[in-house]
Design a binder for this molecule. Structure first.
Ligand SMILES: CC(C)(COP(=O)(O)OP(=O)(O)OC[C@H]1O[C@@H](n2cnc3c(N)ncnc32)[C@H](O)[C@@H]1O)[C@@H](O)C(=O)NCCC(=O)NCCS
Ligand SMILES: Nc1ncnc2c1ncn2[C@@H]1O[C@H](COP(=O)(O)OP(=O)(O)OP(=O)(O)O)[C@@H](O)[C@H]1O
Length: 203
C-alpha cells in the first residue's frame, strides 16, 4: 500500500483536491476534520484548561480560539502540543485499518505535513499549489477572514516554494477544477500501478 500525504499552504486547495482523490475511490482522512471532531469532545477539556474561556458547552469555539491565537500567536505551540499527538493517533488508526482491508492507496490530508515532521509517515508527498495572488483572493473571500489572520497563518507555514521543492508531485490548482481533476486522475493511475507492482514484489 502507498500512503499519500497531501499538503499545501492555506487556501491552495487541499480540501478540494482531497475530494478528487476520494472520488477516484481512495480512502481519505483530513487532519483539519479530525481536529474539528476532537474539538467537539475529547480535546475540549484539554483546550479549556490551556485556553480558559474558549469552549462553550463542552465544545471548542474555533472562532474564539482563533481570535485568542491571533492576539497571542505564541499559544499555537501549546495548542499544537495538545492536538497533534491526537491527530497522529487518528491518522495511524485510519491507515492501519485500510492496510488490513487491502487498500492499494490511502491519502492523508495534513496542512502541516512538513512543519510537523509528518513526512516520515507517508510514502509520497503531494503538494497543491497555485499563484500567490489566487491563494490570497481565495482566502480573503472567506467569511471572517482578514489580511492579518491570513498573514499570521502564512507565517506559521513553510513557504509554498519550499513545499513545492520538497514534493514528489505538485498539483497546480490555479488552472481550474477540471485541470486539477485530470492531474489527480493521472497521478492516481500511476500510483495504483506502482502499488500493484510494489505489493507484488512484497508478496
Ligand atoms: C486556529 C484554529 C482554531 C482556527 O480554526 P478554523 O476553523 O478557523 O480553521 P481550520 O481549522 O479550518 O484551519 C484552516 C487552515 O488554517 C491553517 N492552520 C490551521 N492550524 C494551523 C497551525 N497550527 N499552523 C499553521 N497553519 C494552520 C491550515 O492551512 C488549515 O487548513 C484551528 O485551525 C486550530 O485549532 N489549529 C490548531 C490545530 C492544527 O495545528 N491544525 C492543523 C492540522 S493538524
Ligand atoms: N483546482 C481548483 N480550481 C479552482 N478553484 C479551486 C481549485 N482548488 C480549490 N479551489 C478553490 O479554492 C478555495 C480554497 O480551496 P480549499 O478549501 O480546498 O483549500 P484548502 O487548502 O483546503 O484551504 P485551508 O488551508 O484553509 O484548509 C475554494 O474556494 C475552492 O473552491
Amino acid at each position: 500500500m502507498i500512503v499519500i500525504g497531501l499538503t499545501g499552504s492555506i487556501g491552495m486547495g487541499k480540501t478540494t483536491t482531497a475530494s478528487m482523490f476520494a472520488a477516484e475511490g481512495i480512502p481519505v482522512i483530513s487532519a483539519d476534520d479530525v481536529v474539528h471532531d476532537l474539538y467537539e469532545g475529547e480535546a475540549a477539556p484539554l483546550v479549556e484548561s490551556a485556553f480558559p474561556g474558549t469552549t462553550v458547552n463542552g465544545r471548542v469555539d474555533r472562532q474564539m480560539l482563533g481570535a485568542r491565537l491571533l492576539a497571542d500567536p505564541s499559544g499555537f505551540k501549546r495548542l499544537e502540543a495538545i492536538v497533534h499527538p491526537l491527530v497522529r493517533a487518528a491518522e495511524q488508526a485510519f491507515v492501519e485499518q485500510h492496510r488490513r482491508a487491502g487498500a492499494e492507496l490511502v491519502l492523508v490530508d495534513v496542512p502541516l505535513l512538513f512543519e510537523s515532521g509528518a513526512t516520515g509517515r507517508v510514502d509520497r508527498v503531494v503538494v497543491v499549489s497555485c499563484d500567490p495572488d489566487i491563494q490570497k483572493e481565495r482566502v480573503l473571500a472567506r467569511p471572517g477572514m482578514t489580511a492579518d489572520k491570513f498573514e499570521a497563518i502564512l507565517a506559521r507555514q513553510l513557504p509554498d516554494s519550499e513545499k513545492r521543492a520538497r514534493a514528489d508531485h505538485v498539483i497546480d490548482t490555479g488552472l481550474g477544477l477540471e485541470a486539477a481533476q485530470r492531474q489527480v486522475a493521472e497521478l492516481v493511475a500511476r500510483l495504483r500501478a506502482e502499488a500493484q507492482g510494489k505489493d507484488g514484489t512484497d508478496a
